[in-house]
Design a protein around this ligand. Structure first.
Ligand code: T5A
Ligand code: NA
Length: 233
């Protein structure tokens, strides 16, 4: 292996969770807060489309023009959008590969941000990719393969919200995957995907309380990643 000098690189933080757990809300608050504290931070989202308050999907969230990169308007992003809104049917394996390709097409940009010392916050990553496709019945091992080789996160924060609570939040039920039984399966698979980078946070609390917990974990990770020494293995 090459000698890796990690000093000065940005940290990679992933926010995961089932639908409506509050991921996008927390991602935006977090990036805003880090920037306020003088920490260079950027937000990426997979798939690259946000939901507007009315429920339709839009390219860029109105609250985050300060942070978001225009990657979401890729042709792959558009295909995923058509699938999620039920405008188009795509075979299960094929849509799985498109979700993965949507991450791969952002890798050059992601790596350059991290190397330049920018902390990157990602709203969903490969864990969502595997959990949703495996919950449909696709083979778990097969589902993991396309994302092998993506940049590994330093921290994955899983916002854990019971499906019953998620249902009460706005917009649940409109899109593909938004049924109670399906979301329960997704959560079970997420739990099987946990690794050492994961922290599970109770998402039943207020937006501000959750933000405080998220910030605490993220600051600790940023400090640790700064402290990484040169690796020679
Ligand atoms: N998918 C995704 C795959 O199948 N494969 C993949 O590889 C990937 C990446 C769309 C779908 O695609 C699937 C998973 C999804 O089904 P998405 O675009 O991330 O993925 O989904 P969205 O619809 O944009 O987002 P979610 O439904 O997951 O919601 P969030 O981001 O978790 O929640 P958020 O922040 O938008 O909040 C939802 C509502 O709750 C309120 C908010 O104001 C909002 O109304 N809220 C709170 N209310 C009370 N207390 C709190 N603490 C709250 N926090 C937020
Ligand atoms: Na979201």
């Amino acid at each position: 292996n090459r000698i890796l000098n990690n000093l000065g690189r940005g940290a990679l933080i992933v926010i995961e969770g089932c639908d409506r757990a509050g991921k996008s809300t927390q991602c935006m608050k977090l990036v805003d807060r880090l920037e306020d504290q003088g920490i260079k931070a950027r937000l990426l989202k997979f798939p690259g489309m946000f939901r507007s308050p009315s429920g339709s999907r839009i390219g860029q969230h109105p609250d985050m023009s300060f942070a978001y990169q225009p990657d979401r308007s890729t042709s792959i992003g558009q295909m995923i959008n058509a699938y999620l809104t039920n405008a188009k049917d795509i075979e299960d394996h094929a849509i799985h590969l498109l979700f993965s390709a949507n991450r791969w097409e952002a890798m050059t940009h992601l790596k350059s941000l991290l190397i330049a010392g920018t902390t990157v916050i990602i709203d969903r990553y490969a864990y969502s990719g595997v959990a949703f496709s495996a919950a449909k019945g696709l083979d778990l091992k097969w589902c993991k393969q396309p994302d092998v080789g993506l940049v590994t996160p330093d921290l994955v924060l899983f916002l854990d919200l019971p499906v019953e609570e998620a249902e009460k939040r706005g917009g649940f039920g409109g899109e593909r995957y938004e049924t109670k039984a399906f979301q329960k399966k997704v959560r079970d698979i997420f739990m099987d995907l946990r690794d050492r980078s994961w922290k599970i946070l109770d998402a039943r609390v207020s937006i501000d309380e959750l933000h405080a917990r998220v910030l605490e974990e993220v600051m600790r990770t940023i400090e640790n990643s700064k402290a990484l020494q040169i690796r020679e293995d």
